[in-house]
Design a protein around this ligand. Structure first.
Ligand code: COA
Length: 328
């Protein structure tokens, strides 16, 4: 299996029908469409209704990816669900999705790396395919972040949205597929984005629930700088490893955290703004789902062609970050 590369064979995406616009948020907290648009680029985000849960959207995105990859669910050897908002504590959302899809031969599990989860998943899938331990892998990023958002905290509630994206990977021939990956984390920055309650350290009691211990807390301003530096550095690393230049990249999809972060990373890397994809206006920050949703939109819109060099970069809570370079 020495010269096998893993490539993306099919993509899919799904999100709740419910939408929360900036105008809606203006009615809920002290904010304005002008502030949200100029500081983040976000105009709306999807929000799941009561009764909807993470795997519902993951399964829909995955079915689309499997159909487009033209494989049978039983051919999937590895199923990774990147999420920090699972259906429940046990079993993994991956196992729930596996059952819904009929992918009974896959090793299924969840991967918690926040917004970098999809790229961490691609990295694992790539390794298993390259070493012959898996032929087909399904990597999903799926989040219902709005369940952990405090709609009285204007600094976080305008940012996050819900959705899922998926990709089927398999062996590809020639110089195509994933060329380089880098994943990293640094737990020293944990408290820049975290939810203290709901785990074994601070279980949810009526008191901790009422105090909002399960809600995301974010020091956005501090994260901003780390996010720009980390994403640009790691993207540069995968380019350097493979001998490519930023000019060679035909499509750059950064994690959709903030339009200003996207612009700053693109500027730092000196990539042409024409090749940078952004959908943050429509989805907000969907954490691990943001890159696969964006990738699927690019495929559908014809923004990626056979042979194109595609660069993905992410940054998220933990903190975690990573980059993947592939030839489509
Ligand atoms: N509406 C109006 N004003 C708001 C607001 C809102 N929704 N949210 C915050 N503000 C105010 C703050 O209270 C502050 O007011 P003050 O100066 O009177 O204290 C002011 O706006 C500036 O706040 P600040 O946090 O410095 O704004 P910012 O320009 O850094 O933008 C984020 C905030 C969250 C949009 C931005 O920091 C960000 O995107 N950070 C990175 C997020 C990220 O990468 N997360 C991890 C990956 S998922």
């Amino acid at each position: 299996m020495a010269n096998v590369n893993a490539g993306i064979l099919g993509t899919g995406r799904a999100y709740p029908e419910g939408v929360l616009t900036n105008a809606d948020l203006e009615q809920m907290v002290d904010t304005s469409d002008e502030w949200i648009t100029s500081r983040t680029g976000i105009k709306q985000r999807h929000k799941a209704a009561e009764g909807e849960y993470t795997s519902m959207f993951a399964v829909r995105a995955a079915r689309q990816a499997i159909e487009r990859a033209k494989i049978d669910p039983l051919e999937i050897d590895l199923l990774i669900c990147a999420t920090v908002t699972p259906d429940q504590v046990l079993p993994s959302t991956g196992c729930i999705i596996q059952t819904e899809l009929g992918a009974h031969k896959a090793a299924a599990f969840d991967l918690a790396a926040a917004c970098s989860g999809f790229l961490f998943g691609l990295t694992l899938a790539n390794t298993m395919i390259k070493t012959g331990q898996a032929r087909y892998a399904l990597v999903i990023g799926a989040e219902l972040l709005t369940r952990y958002v405090d709609y009285t905290d204007r600094s976080t509630c305008v940012i996050f949205g819900d959705g899922a994206g998926a990709a089927v990977l398999g062996p590809v021939e020639g110089e195509r597929g994933i060329l380089a990956t880098r994943i990293r984390s640094d737990g020293r920055y944990t408290e820049q984005l975290f939810a203290p309650g709901g785990g074994t350290r601070m279980g949810l009691t009526p008191e901790s629930f009422a105090a909002g211990a399960h809600f995301y807390k974010m020091r956005g301003n501090e994260l901003f700088k780390v996010a720009v530096r980390s994403m640009a550095d790691v993207a540069r690393e995968v380019l350097e490893e493979t001998g490519y230049k930023a000019d060679d990249v035909k499509l750059f999809i950064p994690h959709q955290a903030n339009q200003r972060i996207t612009d700053a990373v693109a500027n730092n890397l000196k990539v042409d703004s024409q090749i940078v994809y952004s959908n943050i206006a429509m989805h907000g920050n969907t954490s691990s789902a943001s890159i696969p949703i964006a990738l699927d939109e690019c495929v559908e819109m014809g923004r990626v062609h056979d042979g194109d060099l595609v660069l993905l970069a992410s940054f998220g809570g933990g903190v975690t970050w990573g980059a993947v370079l592939m030839r489509w």
